[in-house]
Design a protein around this ligand. Structure first.
Ligand code: 3PG
Length: 306
């Protein structure tokens, strides 16, 4: 039984060692493909893999067709928009994620980006504090909950909108549950995005929503670039010269953003939210355990292509 780790953005070595231990203890073999530069390397590596552990790596119909032995793909992380679920289901392949395992890491980065933003990107000018500001958490899943926990330490006032999470669940954390995105943006000095990339959310964060925010608003994106309308954000920032955008997902229009609104915009060059040893260990080992449980005992917990 061959398990392949295919990660363009590698896990910390300590996480790979932990995954290896789990896989070898089960009597399986581990193969590693890291930092691949062309798709062909992935296509070659999956040929004899029974199971694959990935991160944001693209598993499309072509990869699935090349992986003749494949039984399971585990996305070590939360979002699985990088996997062609229909193609996997058609080929009888189980797809899982590892929900919650990297949530704290992503939530901590939200505040790394926010402190940077409110202090004017450390340019020496006088900034503001997070204390007392209204934070809108857009979607209250594992990351959103961790954001709320940390925000309380900063003394922020908390609001959330989640189309699927019941208001009682949100409010028991001391967060005010609102009933629409429009309401959330209308009250929030800062909005933190935690919505998945789906057909419904694609480009949904647009100028109309941002226009509802109070003066001096900040949008922080540690979710997906697909959920924001990049062109409208640029136009909005050009006409609202007090608005800031900080993101952990490099926009397609990064160069023009830097040129036109560069003093109020920052993007990490490569998605860093889940890039901690702890998150790599948590998500990587969870993925390895889920593969062993699936192959040995048919356990399908966390299957996402039902
Ligand atoms: C996730 O969906 O789990 C996060 O976006 C992290 O993605 P990454 O594993 O590619 O860093």
């Amino acid at each position: 039984m061959k398990v392949l780790i295919a990660t363009d953005k590698p896990f910390a070595k300590i996480a790979v060692d932990g995954i290896r231990q789990e896989i070898e203890a089960a009597g399986f073999e581990l193969a590693l493909l890291e930092k691949y530069t062309v798709k062909q390397q992935l296509l070659d590596a999956v040929v004899d893999a029974d199971a694959i552990i990935i991160r944001s790596d693209i598993i499309d119909a072509e990869v699935i067709a090349a992986a003749k032995q494949l039984k399971i793909v585990v996305r070590a992380g939360a979002g699985y928009d990088n996997v062609d679920l229909a193609a996997a289901t058609k080929a009888g392949i189980c797809v899982m994620n590892t929900p919650g395992q990297n949530a704290n890491a992503v939530a901590e980065l939200v505040f790394g980006l926010l402190v940077f933003a409110v202090r004017n990107f450390y340019n020496g000018t006088s900034g503001t504090e997070l204390k007392g500001k209204k934070l809108g958490i857009h979607a209250y899943g594992n990351v959103g909950r961790n954001v709320a926990r940390i925000a309380k330490g900063f003394g922020m006032e908390l609001f959330a909108f989640d189309a699927f999470c019941p208001a009682e669940v949100i409010e028991k954390d001391g967060v005010k549950a609102l009933s629409s995105a429009e309401e959330l943006y209308s009250v929030s000095d800062i909005v933190s995005l935690h919505i998945p990339a789906t057909a419904e959310t694609k480009q949904s964060i647009n100028a109309a929503l941002l226009g509802r925010m109070p003066k001096g608003g900040i949008l922080v994106n540690t979710a997906r670039k697909e959920v924001v309308h990049e062109t409208e954000i640029l136009e909005f920032m050009e006409s609202h010269t007090d608005f800031k955008y900080v993101t952990d997902i490099l926009p397609a229009n990064d160069a023009v953003m830097k040129e036109k609104v560069g003093s109020r915009y920052f993007s990490t060059p490569k998605k860093m939210g889940a890039q901690t040893s702890e998150a790599n260990i948590n998500a990587g080992i969870a993925a390895a355990k889920q593969i062993v449980g699936f192959i040995k005992d048919g356990i399908e917990k966390y299957k996402v292509n039902k």
